[in-house]
Design a protein around this ligand. Structure first.
Ligand code: GTP
Ligand code: MG
Length: 202
């Protein structure tokens, strides 16, 4: 897929506020600092589309972007960020869970996992929730430029092992580096194919 245009549409704090769900939508989620905003900028080839930060918890709203006037890309807040008041955090979590569970035009939720780390409890809990609710997911291992192939393979194997215990099959998986643009073509091709299926099926 060639990215001809990528524009910010709006930031929402609840499902109600989101733009009308008429277009196929692809959202990116993961723990704070995993590299969601960086991945979005890499995919769209716009260095400043989504705000990147060294401070975890930068993205605090559901952010819609429209790509090629054809599909929505969504940057979601990171989960597992503790440095906000508990009440406020719980409110966010329920708002964005609500978005994930009820957004009808959500074609795929990309769950980002830091490839440098062994499986994290918060990620596994979140993935379980997605599985139970039958949300269509793809896995994206991020920051692969920061580790050796050996550690990368070891960490992915550990993730697969845990998921194989509960899932009938493993989700589509991508391995990426936002700095080196690894995985870009693969993710964009997957999105393009998914859009075609969405169009033909509805
Ligand atoms: P929140 O919005 O806070 O939840 O974070 P995020 O998931 O959007 O992460 P963000 O894209 O802001 O990246 C966090 C940090 O990781 C930044 O310092 C990025 O430059 C760095 N980073 C992200 N992706 C990569 C990558 O593929 N390779 C390397 N080397 N650094 C990365
Ligand atoms: Mg972000």
């Amino acid at each position: 897929m060639i990215i001809r245009s990528a524009e910010f549409v709006k930031s929402s704090t609840s499902l109600k506020q989101c733009p009308e769900g008429t277009l196929p939508e692809f959202a990116f989620i993961g723990r704070s600092n995993v590299g969601k905003s960086s991945l979005i900028n890499m995919l769209t080839d716009r260095s400043k589309l989504a705000k990147i930060s060294g401070t975890p918890g930068k993205t605090r709203t559901i952010n819609h972007f429209i790509i090629n006037g054809e599909w929505f890309l969504v940057d979601l807040p990171g989960y597992g960020y503790a440095r906000v008041p508990v009440k406020l955090r719980d409110k966010w979590i329920s708002e964005f869970e609500n978005y994930i569970l009820k957004r009808d035009n959500l074609v795929c939720l990309f769950i980002l996992l830091d490839s440098r780390l062994a499986p994290q409890a918060s990620d596994m809990r979140f993935i379980d929730m997605l599985g139970v609710n039958q949300i269509p997911v793809a896995r994206v291992f991020t920051k692969m430029d920061k580790i050796s192939m050996e550690i990368l393979n070891k960490n992915i194997k550990a993730h697969d092992k845990i998921m194989n215990e509960k899932w009938e099959s493993l989700p589509v998986t991508f391995i990426t580096s936002s700095t080196k643009k690894d995985g870009r073509e693969e993710i964009l091709d997957f999105i393009e194919n998914s859009i075609n299926i969405f169009k033909n099926g509805s």
